[in-house]
Write a protein that binds this ligand. Structure first.
Ligand SMILES: Nc1ncnc2c1ncn2[C@@H]1O[C@H](COP(=O)(O)OP(=O)(O)OP(=O)(O)O)[C@@H](O)[C@H]1O
Ligand SMILES: [Mg+2]
Length: 265
C-alpha cells in the first residue's frame, strides 16, 4: 500500500546494533532537506527510539494515562512534529525518555505499521529509522508499505559487515532494492596532524565490495557526529561545514539520484 502524502520512502537498516543507523537516518534527513526536499523522518524503533533525543526533543514525563496525540475520528490522525525543517514522528513521542516499553512482540509490527500510516505526511522523501536486526517491524513495513529502497549502514569491522550482509539478504528476499551502503565510523582523522586512521584491518572499501557495490558515503568517527543535533551541530550551520556534513550531503545527493532517477515501480 502506498503511504498517502509520501513520494519516496527509504528504510535505513543494518543487521548490527549500534553502528549508527539513527545517526545516519537523522543526518540524512537533514541533508535531504538542505538539498531542497520536503523530508519526513519516522522512527520505527519501539524499544529504543533515539530519534527524539538526537533531535533534541525530550519527553521527561511518563505518558502513563496520557497520550500526547489527539486523534481525529478518521485517518490520518497524527500531525508530525516539525523540527529543523523536517517532519518527525517517533514511537518515542508516545513514551517518556526512561519508560520501558514492553508490548507483546507479536504486536510490535502492527503497532509500528499503524502509527506510520496514521501520520499526516506531506513529503518528497520519508526516511525510516529501524531497530537492529532483520526481524520486526522491518519485515512487516517492507511487505505492507510501498517503499522505494533501503540504505544499509555498517562499520568497516568484520562482524558489522557480516550482519549488514544478512540485512541486505533480508531486504532482497522481500524485494526491496538496496540503494546503497553507508560506511559509518569508517576512519578517524587526527585533529593534530591530519593523518587518517583506519580502525579495522578490513579498511575502507570492503563494506561496499562485500555488500552491494555502491557506497553512498564514508562517514568518519568524529565528536560532531556523536553529538545530539542542536544549534551547534554542523549540518545546521552551512557556513561551518565539516567533513562529516559534506559526506552526509554527498550521501543524500547520491541517494536522490538513485531514487529520482528511476520511475516508481
Ligand atoms: N560517525 C560517528 N562518529 C562518532 N560517533 C558516532 C558516529 N555514528 C554514531 N556514533 C555514536 O555511536 C552510538 C550509536 O549510534 P546510533 O545510536 O546512531 O546507532 P544505531 O545503529 O542506531 O543503534 P541501535 O542499533 O541501538 O539503534 C551513538 O552514541 C552515536 O552518537
Ligand atoms: Mg538506532
Amino acid at each position: 500500500m502506498p503511504l498517502p502524502g509520501v513520494r519516496r520512502a527509504v528504510m535505513v537498516g543494518s543487521g548490527k546494533g549500534g553502528v549508527g543507523k539513527t545517526t545516519v537516518a537523522v543526518n540524512l534527513a537533514l541533508a535531504l532537506s538542505r538539498l531542497g526536499r520536503r523530508v519526513g523522518l519516522f522512527d520505527a524503533d519501539l524499544y529504543g527510539p533515539n530519534v527524539p533525543v538526537m533531535l533534541g526533543v525530550r519527553r521527561k514525563v511518563s505518558s502513563s494515562g496520557m497520550v500526547p496525540i489527539r486523534r481525529g475520528n478518521r485517518p490520518p490522525y497524527i500531525r508530525p512534529l516539525r523540527r529543523f525543517g523536517i517532519d518527525v514522528m517517533s514511537m518515542g513521542f508516545l513514551v517518556g525518555d526512561s519508560d520501558a516499553v514492553g508490548p507483546d512482540p507479536r504486536f510490535v509490527n502492527r503497532l509500528v505499521l499503524q502509527t506510520l500510516r496514521d501520520v499526516i505526511w506531506d513529503v518528497d522523501v520519508l526516511v525510516i529509522d529501524s531497530p537492529p536486526g532483520t526481524g520486526e517491524p522491518q519485515t512487516t513495513l517492507v511487505r505492507e508499505v510501498q517503499l522505494d529502497g533501503a540504505v544499509v549502514v555498517t562499520t568497516p569491522g568484520e562482524l558489522a559487515l557480516m550482519d549488514a550482509g544478512r540485512s541486505v539478504a533480508a531486504f532482497q528476499r522481500d524485494g526491496l532494492p538496496v540503494l546503497g551502503v553507508i560506511e559509518n565510523m569508517a576512519y578517524i582523522r587526527c585533529p593534530g596532524c591530519g593523518e587518517t586512521i583506519h580502525m579495522h584491518e578490513t579498511g575502507a572499501g570492503r563494506a561496499a565490495d562485500d555488500l552491494t557495490g555502491e557506497v553512498l558515503a564514508r562517514i568518519p568517527m568524529t565528536p560532531a557526529a556523536a553529538r545530539t543535533i542542536g544549534t551547534q551541530h554542523g549540518l545546521l550551520e552551512p557556513a561551518n561545514e565539516s567533513e562529516t556534513d559534506r559526506q552526509f550531503v554527498a550521501a543524500a545527493s547520491a541517494l536522490l539520484a538513485r531514487l529520482e532517477g528511476e520511475p516508481r515501480p
